[in-house]
Design a protein around this ligand. Structure first.
Ligand code: HH2
Length: 271
């Protein structure tokens, strides 16, 4: 899943793709680089980001989604917490609603997801974006994230979202201490996968990588982002949400080829 942030202030690439033509050109590049899904967003979720009114989000997203849909059949995900934005995005051609609030923040979120009938990503977050990094606290982070995701899947099913539409995401960096919480989650992704839904992992360029590597800035975290994507693939996640599609696709292809070679009998001809 390639990321298109049509925002002035995203943590890793804010302002680069706010102009509609720049966002469209970036989306085209991600498709050419091998993305299977695009995730387009118009409101940053980083701590301290300015909230964006629904009309502004819609104004940034709908022309972009409609232009992409006119030229490509690629699945398009919309990264928003607002049901009215998801509704407008799906009308313009989006096929997935990526809600970092897991359909909790708006009273009509669950009903809207059921009505739209699109894929839905339910992501774990402790707290809310503005303050989530203040003092995240868990007794057992992996168990608590898994319990939360199972509860949100149940709530979605009860509201009428079809089982095959539901994706889960552990929410790396969302109300998590950089290493104490993110690393156990990355180490035990198999437990999130075992919940029985496709899992999306978003670790690309996140701060825990900088914490492990001498405060590397967001655009200096490619190696760590790829390491996390490979860990996700090994654990069986269905998709990784990344900024650097070309490099990630290459790494995943090499990992898959090595796994295939490992499974082959000695003397087998390569496929
Ligand atoms: N991470 C970000 C935004 N949306 N959605 C899901 N499902 N999972 C994630 O891990 C996730 C997400 C943050 O990354 P980015 O979009 O690059 O930054 P910003 O929120 O500042 O726009």
């Amino acid at each position: 899943m390639g990321i298109v942030n049509a925002t002035p202030d995203s943590f890793s690439d804010g302002g680069r793709f706010l102009a509609p033509q720049a966002a469209l050109a970036h989306a085209r590049k991600l498709i050419a680089d091998g993305a299977d899904i695009l995730d387009v967003g118009a409101e940053s979720t980083r701590p301290g980001a300015d909230p964006v009114p629904a009309e502004v989000e819609i104004g940034r997203l709908v022309p972009l989604i409609a232009a992409l849909r006119a030229e490509s059949a690629i699945p398009i995900s919309v990264d928003t917490m607002k049901p009215e934005v998801a509704r407008a995005a799906v009308a313009a051609g989006a096929t997935m609603w990526n809600d970092v609030a897991a359909l909790r923040f708006a009273p009509d979120a669950l009903a809207t997801a059921a009505e739209l009938g699109c894929d839905v990503v339910l992501m774990h977050m402790q707290g809310e974006p503005r303050t989530m990094q203040a003092e995240p606290h868990y007794v057992d982070v992996v168990a608590e994230v898994c319990a939360f995701l199972a509860e949100r899947a149940e709530a979605s099913l009860a509201a009428g979202v079809a089982r095959e539409r539901i994706w889960l995401d552990p929410g790396i960096g969302f109300g998590k201490h950089m290493t104490r919480h993110n690393l156990p989650l990355l180490a035990h992704l198999d437990r999130v996968v075992a919940l029985g839904f496709p899992v999306l992992l978003g670790a690309s360029r996140k701060a825990f990588i900088g914490a492990l590597d001498g405060k590397a800035k967001a655009d200096e975290r490619l190696g760590g982002s790829i390491a996390a994507a490979l860990a996700g693939a090994s654990a069986g996640v269905a998709a990784v949400r990344v900024h650097d599609v070309r490099e990630t696709v290459q790494a995943l292809a090499v990992q898959a080829a090595i796994a295939q070679a490992a499974a082959a009998q000695p003397g087998d001809a390569p496929a």
